[in-house]
Design a protein around this ligand. Structure first.
Ligand code: ZN
Length: 304
């Protein structure tokens, strides 16, 4: 297996294994130099030495889990994040510090976002013809500070194509209380819709059909970013059971793919449960959690 020198200032070609220098015409530029025992997963890891820049590295240096002490927990932590478990409970069950879980949370979210970018570029080669989108409501810290999650899914496969989290002002009887306690709250939903539809431009083909509810703001953003698509706005429907806003009491729900996905978010992300202790403290945390779930949903949950 070819080894790359991790030193960015090492000017030799990275794939060059055999040195052409005069003093040692055929000696290897990167040589094996012992090994070390990694007790966490009980493995011996080979060490290497670059003769060009005299740097040592190991078979683990280029691993995405480089310098993680509890790397063996990553697969199970990724599953638990998308299975309705709180971060504190995960720390108890896996016998690690809660800070370890938080660090893994952030790393996994960043990695999931990078993977999703790759997936969107793949989809751009075969753009979709049927997409559904809608907003799901949650909150940060208190119901007086609502957040809106705009979600777009592929109607045929229920694959999540993208989401945006935006702050919005409270409405109804909480509006007055919210203003009194926390002051004016900006409505950032327009910015969220703008970003989501811009991202969808890549993966939606010309002549595609977009479906949503009758939110009066949507047509403007669709026209701005997507050319030659038809938009069908379905009238809203009541939830099947009290507290289950997403699964509708209809025999045929035209927005089933989207509503089912929202119901899965509510069932699998502890912070989106109805009546839960676990709440979003900052929108960034919700974005990270949704990124991790998106990856699990698209790669595991909806695969046959
Ligand atoms: Zn080097």
């Amino acid at each position: 297996m070819r080894r790359r020198c991790p030193n960015p200032n090492c000017h030799r070609e990275p794939s060059l294994l055999v040195s052409r220098t005069l003093e040692s015409p055929r000696s290897r530029l990167i040589v094996r130099k012992g090994s070390f025992y990694r007790s966490r997963d009980r493995r011996f890891i080979t060490k290497y030495f670059c003769k060009n820049c005299r740097r040592h590295f190991s078979a683990s240096t280029h691993s995405p889990d480089y310098r993680q002490k509890k790397r063996d927990l990553n697969p199970v932590v990724a599953q638990l994040f998308s299975s309705g478990m709180s971060q504190r409970r995960m720390a108890i069950l896996l016998d690690v510090n809660p800070k370890t879980i938080v660090r893994k949370f952030r790393i996994m979210a960043a990695r999931a976002r990078a993977e999703h970018e790759v997936r969107l570029n793949q989809l751009a080669k075969a753009p979709l013809s049927e997409v559904q989108f809608d907003d799901l409501e949650t909150f940060e810290h208190t119901k007086c500070k609502p957040l809106s999650v705009t979600l777009a899914v592929n109607k045929k496969t229920r694959e999540i194509l993208g989401f945006q989290v935006s702050r919005m002002p409270a409405n109804g009887r909480l509006a007055e209380i919210s203003r009194r306690k926390y002051g004016h709250r900006k409505d950032e939903r327009q910015k969220g819709w703008d970003l989501l539809f811009r991202a969808l431009r890549l993966v939606v083909r010309s002549g595609a059909c977009l479906e949503s509810d009758q939110n009066p703001h949507y047509p403007k953003f669709i026209r701005r970013h997507l050319k030659n698509v038809c938009h069908i706005a379905h009238p809203g429907a009541r939830g099947a059971i009290t507290g289950q806003g997403e699964l509708k009491k209809l025999v045929f729900d035209p927005l089933f793919a989207l509503n089912h996905t929202c119901a899965m978010l509510r069932a699998n992300l502890n912070r989106l449960f109805r009546r839960t202790w676990c709440t979003t403290k900052k929108p960034e945390g919700l974005i990270d959690h949704l990124s991790i779930y998106l990856r699990y949903h698209n790669t595991v949950l909806i695969r046959p």
